[in-house]
Structure formats: C-alpha cells, structure tokens
Design a protein around this ligand. Structure first.
Ligand code: HEM
Length: 466
C-alpha cells in the first residue's frame, strides 16, 4: 500500500483495485472537484440510427474510472433512460431484462417514492412522464473554461444528427466556499467501496461490497444482483436516480429567524437540522460551538458514530444525516444500514445562498441542487429511503416527523430537538426543498456504450419484432 495526494481526492491511501476500472464510468467513483463547474444536458432521440451514431461518436470521449483518485481533468458521463434504450432500438430481450421500476420511470413511481403534493410529477417543471428524456450527459470540471471546452467538444459530436435534439441544458457549480444552496458544506460522506483501489477515510466505515454500487460484482448478500442482458450490456454498469430540487431559501431563513433569537441560536438550529454545522463539522464532535478547522479536515470531519449520543441530545434522531446514514444508532425497525447507501453526486445550481434574504421571491428563484444518486439498485434504494427514512420517523424514534431538509412537510409538521430537562419541539417546519423533476437512468459501462452504438438496424428491429 502506498500513499497519494491526487488533486481531487486528497489524503487517500491506495490499495490494489479489484474492479474493472477502465470499464466503469468515472462519475461513479470520482468525487466532484473542488471547486466544481459543470452542466447536465438531456437529449431526445427521434431516430434510432442517429442516436446510435451519436453514441458511437461520443463514447471515446466518455471518461472511465481508471486511476480515478488521481484525476483532476474535466470528464463527461452518459446515462440512458428506459425510453432512451427503446428509442435507441435495443433488442426486446434486453429491454425486458431491466427492472420494472426503471422501465416505467420515476414519474410513474410517484406513489412508491412518496412524491406527493408539491412534489408530485404533475407539478414538475420537467415533464419526465412524457418519456422524452432519453440520454443524460453530465460534464464535471474544475474550472469554467474547462467546462466550456468539454461541452463544446460534446456539442461537436452532436453536429449533423437531426434525429437527436437537446431538451434541457442545466449549468451547475460550486457556490463560494463550496457550499450548497442552504449554505452548508456538503459532499463529505460517501460510502467506501470494496476493491475501488482506495482505503476508506477515518469514520467512513468498512468497505461495502462493490456489487451494491456496480453491476456484475458480489453485493452485501454475497452474490451479484441480477443485471440487464446480455452481460456486455449489464456488467460494470449501474443505475442512478436524477432528482432536481428547488430550494426555498426565503422559507428556510424565515424558519431560522422565527426560531432563533441570536445569530448563534440560528446557526445551532441550522446544525441541528442537518447534524453538521454549516462548516461541515459534525455535531457529535463539536456539540456546542462550530469548529471550521474540523469541518475542513477530511481525515477528521467524518470520524464519528453516535455511540455517545443514544438519546439524540447532540444530534437529533430526526436530523438529515442521522436519518440518511444512522451509522450505529439503535433502530426501532431493524435493517442493515449498509444496504441502503447511495453514492451522491450533488450539483448546486443558481445564485449563492444569502443568509439575509427572507423574501418570498427567494423561494422561487431558480436555485437548488440536482442529485445523481448512484447504486446498482438505485430504484429500490431511493424508494426505501423516501418511504422509510425521509418521509417517516418511526424507524429512529422520531414518530411521524420527516426529514427537515428533504422531507415533504404537511400542515402543522414539527421537528424535535431532544434536550434536558425538556425536549424542544419546533412547529411550522416547511418543505424547504421542492422536487422539480426526476428520472431513473442506467449508466452503462464503456463496452456497453460501444455495444449499443454498434447495434445494427436489422438486429435490433428483428429482435424487437421477433
Ligand atoms: C437540496 C437537497 C439537499 C441538501 C441541502 C442536503 C444537505 C446535506 C448536507 C449538508 C449533508 C452533510 C454533509 C455530507 O456528508 O455531505 C448531507 C449528507 C447526506 N445527504 Fe443530503 N442534502 C440534500 C439532498 C439529499 C438527497 C436527495 C439525498 C438522498 C436521497 C441525500 C442523502 C444524504 C446522505 C446519504 C448524506 C450522508 C450522511 C452520512 O453519511 O452521514 N441528501 N446532505
């Protein structure tokens, strides 16, 4: 084992990789650069042959995860919806080998995802239910110039294809200080993946079997998950949930103002909602006052569990990070926390967070985060998280309260902060992040992209009709 200080993954220790990294798309393993600049593009394919020709031209520019810990260059990734796989003319047998939730798409799974009320697909700004989003392309880079350059390159590959059109272009990028739309440092904890070539950072926990995140490898149950067929299509691929949130910054600031009388009280409340101070410092390690040096240190800012806080007096049971990764918290509904992990690629868009903006206009300004939530069973995992850990509270002793950051809050919703001698129950919590669109994508391996690009008209049509 040796040490490296790769630009985008500092302080990591190298280990031998047992995954086929040159086959796996970079975005699955590579963290965002800091700072980061990027663009998501959604494309529609009206002509299967044009779509496949475009993919064939694009694939040599899609980056793999080889040496991912060293990489600091811009990169692009490609993912395809079920409607996209149909539009590209995949053989019928292959199409049928995808799981049901992926095939019907995220909008049709609204009930299972608890995407109700303002979050319901009928209120989305992107009408994914029409099945027109086929190919998703994401460009990540560490500078604005590089973002433009790589996007121009992707555009060049599109030139001359009248059967492929652009549906949506969404730029994103880090806010000053690398903060998210509510002013927090994020992207800190990610699940460690066995065989990825890198040792977990302190506190990341034991490496999780690669098959939980990448198809074709054993998962936590000891066997690979079922994957799309033929093998060249499924192996080294994965699924992702694309979720676009609009952040209601005014409502969040008003909530802090109404429930905290000093700057210190408001910041402590903001920390109690997430489980970390806005600097990233975890409340378990800095329960009373913020410690920005701790928040900035990747070897310390994740090195904690909840063993010393069995009553949630430091980190409320219902806060965002204790719900999303309860670590060693004793759960009232037993489950193995390691099978509900996702790799998060959060991408912030819109103007930076302004703590002084209390206006209602700030609730509708286009600003928020788009999440790529990656897992070999992303559909099942997201639906589990949405039902059990985000929009319910029983599992962790938080009653019917919901996640204060991404839960859908109903009239009269509360957030409880356990305290001695009496707990504090805060009323008037609102939905601070509203879902504006979402879809399930399949992120194929590099070989699978080539396989799709090289499908011939006759083979795909014959098999689809046969
Ligand atoms: C705009 C919406 C969101 C905001 C403002 C937000 C904010 C945060 C912050 C500040 C952290 C702590 C820093 C870190 O570990 O990265 C965090 C962690 C986390 N978030 Fe979110 N988040 C949002 C959406 C989501 C969504 C949609 C999911 C998944 C469904 C999610 C899952 C997680 C997980 C798994 C963690 C790590 C918990 C841990 O391992 O300790 N978040 N989030």
């Amino acid at each position: 084992m040796s040490s490296t200080t790769g630009a985008s993954a500092p302080n990591l220790s190298l280990n031998a990789s047992t995954l086929e990294l040159p086959e796996i798309q970079a975005t699955i393993l590579r963290p965002r650069p800091a700072p980061y600049f990027g663009t998501h593009v959604l494309l529609r394919v009206d002509d299967a042959q044009a779509g496949r020709d475009f993919l064939r031209r694009l694939t040599p520019h899609v980056d793999s995860a080889a040496d991912w810990w060293m990489a600091d260059n811009p990169w692009i990734s490609v993912a395809i919806t079920y409607a996209g796989l149909e539009a590209l003319g995949l053989p019928k047998d292959s199409l049928q080998s995808f799981p049901e939730a992926f095939r019907v798409g995220m909008a049709a799974r609204a009930k299972e995802l608890r995407d109700e009320g303002v979050n319901h697909p009928k209120n989305w700004e992107i009408d994914f239910a029409k099945g027109q989003a086929h190919i998703g392309l994401s460009a990540f880079s560490d500078s604005e110039n590089e973002r433009r350059r790589i996007l121009a390159m992707a555009r060049q590959q599109l030139e001359g294809f009248s059967g492929v059109s652009v549906l949506l272009i969404q730029d994103f990028g880090a806010q000053p200080g690398d903060l998210n739309p509510l002013g927090y440092k994020d992207g800190i904890d990610q699940p460690p993946i066995e065989g990825s070539g890198v040792e977990p950072l302190p506190g990341q926990g034991r490496p999780i079997k690669a098959g939980e995140f990448i198809l074709g490898y054993p998962g936590e149950a000891g066997v690979p998950l079922s994957m799309p067929q033929p093998e060249v299509l499924g192996r080294n691929g994965t699924y992702l949930g694309f979720r676009k949130y609009q952040t209601r910054v005014g409502a969040f600031n008003r909530f802090l103002r109404d429930n905290g009388s000093t700057e210190e009280e408001r910041e402590l409340l903001a920390a109690k909602l997430v489980g970390r101070w806005r600097s990233g410092a975890p409340l378990t390690l800095a329960p009373e006052v913020d410690n920005p040096a701790l928040g900035a240190d990747p070897r310390r800012n994740n090195d904690f569990n909840y063993a010393n806080d069995p009553h949630g007096r430091q980190v409320p049971f219902g806060c965002h990070i204790r719900r999303m990764n309860p670590r060693d918290t004793e759960l009232t509904r037993l489950t193995d926390v390691n099978i509900h992990r996702v790799i998060r690629r959060g991408t912030t868009y819109g103007p930076p967070y302004d703590p002084n903006d209390l206006s209602e206009v700030a609730d509708t300004t286009p600003r928020g985060a788009i999440f790529l939530l990656i897992s070999a069973k992303a559909m099942a995992t997201l639906e589990f998280l949405q039902q059990e850990w985000i929009n319910a509270g029983d599992f962790i002793g938080a009653g019917d309260e919901r996640d204060p950051i991404i839960g859908l809050q109903e009239e009269g919703a509360t957030f409880t902060i356990p305290k001695q001698p009496v707990r504090r129950r805060i009323h008037s919590i609102e939905t601070f992040n509203v879902l504006r669109g979402g879809e399930y994508f399949f992120m194929p391996s590099l070989s699978a992209l080539r396989w799709i690009g090289n499908l011939s008209e006759t083979s795909s049509i014959e098999q689809r009709e046969g």
